[in-house]
Design a protein around this ligand. Sequence first.
Ligand code: GLA
Length: 387
Amino acid sequence: MKKELLLKFEEVFGTEGDYQAYFAPGRVNLIGEHTDYNGGHVFPCALTIGTYAVARKREDKQLSFYSLNMMEKGVTVVSIDQLEYKKEDDWANYPKGVIWTMLKKGYKIENGMDILFYGNIPNASGLSSSASLEVLTGFILKNLFGLEVSLTEIALISQYTENNYNGVNCGIMDQFAVAMGKKNNAIFLDTADLSYEYAPLELDDAKIVIMNTNKKRGLGDSKYNERRSECESALADLQKVIPIKELGELSEYEFETHKEAIESPIQRQRAKHAVYENQRTIKAVQALKDNDITLFGKLMNASHISLQYDYEVTGIELDTIVEAAWKQDGVIGARMTGAGFGGCAVSIVREAAIANFIEKVGKEYKDKIGYEADFYVVEIGDGPVVL
Ligand code: GLA
């Protein structure tokens, strides 16, 4: 891979100067969905699929971006002094945005760069191709310009870029999981204060199987922002009766005691998900520590049901694929993953049952939905690296 990428870089940008290859992963979230903007816990892990890049510092102030996934767009050229968001720059707004944020935060980046990207995360699948691209850009900048910036800061810079440059009001989970990934470990992150712990993912004879509905997210972003504000309104109502800063502070019991303070029944439902999902995540990590994979799987299933009925972010495609998964032999648990409204679901399946699982779930999905799903048996990988 590295050799091929270096050759491509030379074809596009020539052979002068020093250039280096880099990689940052994608992520899958095992449990703890729509909790990260409510001060709750999440439990994602980095994947071995992700985004590759070859980059070189330039003498002048020109930034040239090229993607092997978007070759039809050619090389996007901008100046480091003109980094405002431009619709026509399309995907290049992601790396541009990260540079924009880092300059705004005072990091010293005085030269331009030539960067070639290649990603093998399926597009719009909810496996964080954008967070991967952003964190990778931050990591390249750190290396090329010798910046004193930690991986956690790179995650925060990337989230800031999504929120303030790309206009997506996301939480910290994706960028954090990409930046802090660790081989064979999931990350138990408390989004209230960014404290975290690695948890070895010992699944006995089982593996993570990602199921891609191939339904693109579409209206996802606006619905995502709508869910966020529903949680904010529910929190404001609760704050009239109980001194909390975020929904993630509540136990199930405390929520049940005070829930009538939330005036809107829909908002009450959304807040219920946020509170219960956070508690489920804490329980799931404990189950893993206790080596109780069966309980871990049950909590994954319960998470999906809550996302389906209380949070209402699944849809026919995700429900069909997850319900088909639940029926198969050797399945420990299955649920949607990421923002929802399409994209991927994640399941844990005993190795010996995987081939049959893929065939059966694939057939049931195609019969009902009319087009194919894709399946990836994945490994848990590290965060960003110089190749
Ligand atoms: C998207 C966002 C994350 C998180 C998930 C839902 O992936 O980027 O911050 O909110 O949705 O858990």
